[in-house]
Design a protein around this ligand. Structure first.
Ligand code: UD1
Length: 295
């Protein structure tokens, strides 16, 4: 079985490709060359916004795991067109080319951002979808394309909550909150919290996301969506405290203006993923300690 992992140089994609390359004929594609040695020689450089390139790269592939994306909510407000091109156009290009070349399976990595502010916690897959940002809208649009194309190709939608790993980029201002906080405390500065810090997230270690993607590959039902999180809610204030403790930074965090389109609470109902055999292993405090020196 030949597998193509898009976004293979990214935070999730690099781990997915590393894992699958042991067992399958797996290759990656990304705009950038990966920094991870183990996958350097199996990542093709190219732009998935270009249909001609996509057609070539998809030829002979049985499964596409589509992780390439613009992942920042904040950046999606700054440049919504870039967000659409990278999150919607790449998805349609891959589906269209894949269907033409006899693709067997398409695993689309969406986001918990499709739900918007929750009506109930934990959030199950049937929860209404009211995205609050261009990023949430583009991810949800990708899901709709997967759903309507699912008669032609087996498509599975995965909705990760807030993913973290040692491969987050602290230098990138658009990286997730964990990378931002670790970068600040390493400079002996307090984390900056946008808003009052009572907003919550379900932080899930990348190893759980990779585990679930492997499960989805084997057992995911076509046209169905699955949450991937831990079912545990952590406030941004608590997160700041944990990271300040790890770095032994004294004092209090700084507070800034809340971000536009920021979701107030987020916590996954993972019963549906569990039915396929998923069991999260994330231990936030322990995993943060483990990644702290590696970031
Ligand atoms: C994140 C992911 C997104 C994913 C979604 C799923 C990133 C960059 N974004 O969005 O790809 O699809 O989860 O739920 O990985 N915050 C601060 N201070 C900071 C940075 C952030 O207070 O320095 C706050 C934000 O305002 C927000 C929370 O931390 O309330 C999380 O922000 P962030 O890590 O950027 O992720 P999401 O917007 O939840």
């Amino acid at each position: 079985m030949r597998i193509l992992v898009t976004g293979a140089s990214g935070q999730i994609g690099s781990y997915v490709l590393e894992r699958l390359a042991d067992e399958y004929d797996a290759v990656g594609v990304d705009l950038k060359v990966p920094t991870i040695k183990a996958i350097k020689d199996i990542v093709i450089r190219g732009d998935l916004r270009d249909f001609n390139f996509v057609r070539k790269v998809v030829r002979g592939v049985d499964v596409v795991i589509h992780l390439a994306a613009q992942v920042s909510v904040e950046n999606s407000w700054k440049d919504p067109v870039y967000d659409v091109e990278n999150n919607i156009m790449t998805t349609i290009n891959l589906l269209e080319a894949g269907i033409k070349t006899g693709l067997d399976r398409f695993i689309y990595i969406s986001s918990a951002a499709v739900y918007g502010d929750p009506h109930h916690i934990p959030i199950d897959e049937e929860h209404p979808k009211n995205p609050l940002s261009p990023y949430g809208v583009s991810k949800l649009t990708g899901e709709h394309y997967c759903r309507i194309f699912s008669e032609k190709v087996h498509t599975v939608i995965v909705r990760p909550f807030n993913v973290f790993s040692a491969r987050m980029d602290p230098a990138n201002p658009y990286s997730g909150v964990i990378a931002r906080f670790i970068s600040r405390v390493k400079q002996n500065l307090p984390p900056i919290i946008y808003g009052d810090g009572r907003q919550t997230r379900d932080f899930v270690h990348v190893k759980d996301v990779v585990n679930f993607i492997e499960i989805a590959l084997r057992k995911g039902k076509s046209g169905e969506a699955y949450n991937v999180g831990t079912g545990k809610e952590t406030s941004i204030l608590e997160l700041a405290e944990i990271i300040m403790d790890l770095a032994r930074v004294k004092g209090s965090p700084e507070f800034g203006k809340p971000r536009k389109g920021d979701i107030k609470r987020s916590c996954a109902d993972i019963s549906k993923a569990r039915k396929l055999g998923f069991e999260p292993e994330t231990d936030l405090k322990k995993d943060l300690k483990d990644i702290f020196d590696k970031i």
